[in-house]
Design a protein around this ligand. Structure first.
Ligand code: 4AD
Ligand code: MG
Length: 455
């Protein structure tokens, strides 16, 4: 007999004479002559309740199971007299698949702190909250592909091992096949040159945008920035679209449309799981998401944003000055207090941005944009790219980059260059937005942060 997923059993339209359910015991309650066993198999938030009568065989099985054990139950699916669930199971057979040591099983019925659950990241998806989280993570990733597929974007697999530092921030993890402690030069290493884990697939995506048109990459990226914040991890997933014959304004349109689509998709497809977060994690979640759907995003030039930040009475930890990079406190002020909705800040000083961004006519700012959202700050960072060969080369020289390393990138400006733009959206930050969870470690199956590589 094939097992029925609990989600499907709970959505049944008619009773069933015989059904096989498999899952993990959430609770067991013994009564005189019968027991209640609540099972969850991860397919949905809800558990299904089984009532099993005490035959000698079943009593033997019951004596071996407790919370966390995996079992199979064969029985009849009948309407439940209890509140809150439509169906329950009248169990006839109870099979113990895997016992769970009750002395040490760390998940109790009470609510555990996020900090504690992080220390048992291998078991936390067994809880309601993290089960919901990782179902939503899966749905969000699939929605990203659905969005781009509906828009006729091509999906490009950009390399994970690379020889170039796209962002120029020097926060890359080295990749080597040389033995630890080896004094051999990079020429003797696997690729015959220094190699690193990518910080962004953008430069590769640009090449494909200048060939196939609208493209995107969606893959893991790595940054060795030593910042222990609730919004940074060393390994994260980035969604990077690149659009051609397009400018910064098209780029901002795309980001806004995509965020709205993803929020709507999650509300439509993960209602039960979203509700859990709205109820237990962030009471303001639904209004925040509704505002994102209903309101056009604000768009303010960087220079104007600096003026706004200087004028407010609010005290910031980092003083505001033209030329500085915005800190999270500034970003959150702009979208949470000033505009009360997502905000694009654009046209940043060239001095705080990478070489590839398009120079504006003022020769001091570049066509960059960040999309800031409530509670998180920067969700998207993007730009129009410098398509003019002479300007690009001048900028690379100014920044001291070795043009030989980027010969192939420069070729794209030599042969049929075209205006193009793109952005990177932090996938985890998008998931934080739709769950209201405030620590990025809690939206990742096994987060990688400084001094932490368990699991
Ligand atoms: O702003 P960033 O650095 O932009 C780029 O990498 C561009 N090359 C993207 C492009 O134009 N194709 O990163 C993009 C986004 C950020 O806005 C943020 O959401 C996320 O990636 N991000 C991180 N997320 C988690 N942990 C980190 N350490 C992150 N660094 C960036
Ligand atoms: Mg950025």
């Amino acid at each position: 007999m094939k097992r029925t997923k609990i989600k499907d059993a709970l959505n049944a339209t008619a009773p069933m004479d015989e059904i096989l359910i498999k899952g993990w015991v959430r609770s067991k309650r013994d009564n005189k002559g019968f027991s209640f066993v609540a099972l969850n198999d991860g397919s949905c938030l809800a558990t299904i309740q089984a009532i099993v009568d005490h035959t000698p065989e079943i009593e033997e099985a019951l004596s071996r199971i407790g919370t966390g054990a995996s079992v199979g139950i064969v029985g009849e699916l009948v309407e439940s007299p209890g509140k809150g669930q439509k169906w329950e199971i009248r169990g006839k057979k109870l099979e113990v698949i895997g016992e769970a040591d009750q002395e040490t099983f760390p998940l109790q019925k009470k609510r555990h702190s996020d900090e504690f659950l992080r220390s048992i990241a291998h078991l936390r998806p067994r809880t309601n909250k993290y089960g919901a989280m990782f179902r939503m993570r899966s749905a969000l990733a699939q929605a990203v592909h659905k969005y781009f597929s509906e828009k006729d974007f091509f999906y490009i697999h950009t390399p994970i091992i690379t020889g170039s530092d796209c962002e120029g921030a020097g926060e890359m993890f080295r990749v080597t096949s040389l033995e630890a402690g080896s004094q051999l030069p990079p020429e003797e290493d696997f690729f015959g040159q220094p190699s690193q884990l990518t910080v962004s697939g953008q430069l590769s995506a640009e090449m494909f945008s200048l060939s196939l048109g609208d493209v995107y990459t969606f893959g893991p990226t790595f940054r060795a920035e030593n910042s222990n914040t609730p919004r940074h991890v060393a390994e994260f997933w980035m969604i990077e679209p690149e659009i051609v014959f397009s400018d910064l304004s098209d780029d901002m349109d795309l980001g806004e449309d995509m965020i709205k689509y993803l929020v709507a998709h999650m509300l439509d497809n993960c209602a039960e799981d979203v509700e859990l977060f709205a109820k237990w994690v962030d009471k303001g979640l639904m209004p925040t998401l509704q505002t994102i759907l209903d309101k056009p995003f604000e768009r303010v030039p960087y220079t104007e944003a600096i003026e706004i930040l200087k004028k407010t009475k609010k005290k910031f930890e980092y003083p505001v000055e033209w030329g500085m990079d915005l800190q999270t406190e500034h970003e959150r002020f702009l979208c949470e207090e000033k505009f009360k909705k997502p905000v694009y800040v654009y046209d940043y000083p060239k001095t705080i941005k990478p070489f590839y961004m398009r120079m504006n006519d003022d020769n001091t700012t570049v066509a960059a944009m960040d999309c800031l959202v409530p509670r998180i700050g920067e969700l998207i960072g993007g730009s129009q790219r410098e398509e003019r060969m002479d300007v690009l080369v001048a900028r690379m020289d100014e920044m001291g980059l070795n043009k030989d390393d980027y010969w192939w990138y420069l070729d794209s400006r030599k042969y049929g260059t075209a205006p193009h733009a793109g952005f990177g959206m932090g996938f985890e930050r998008m998931l934080m937005l739709v769950t209201g969870v405030s620590n990025i470690r809690d939206v990742m199956p096994f987060p990688r942060t400084p001094k932490s590589l368990d699991f």
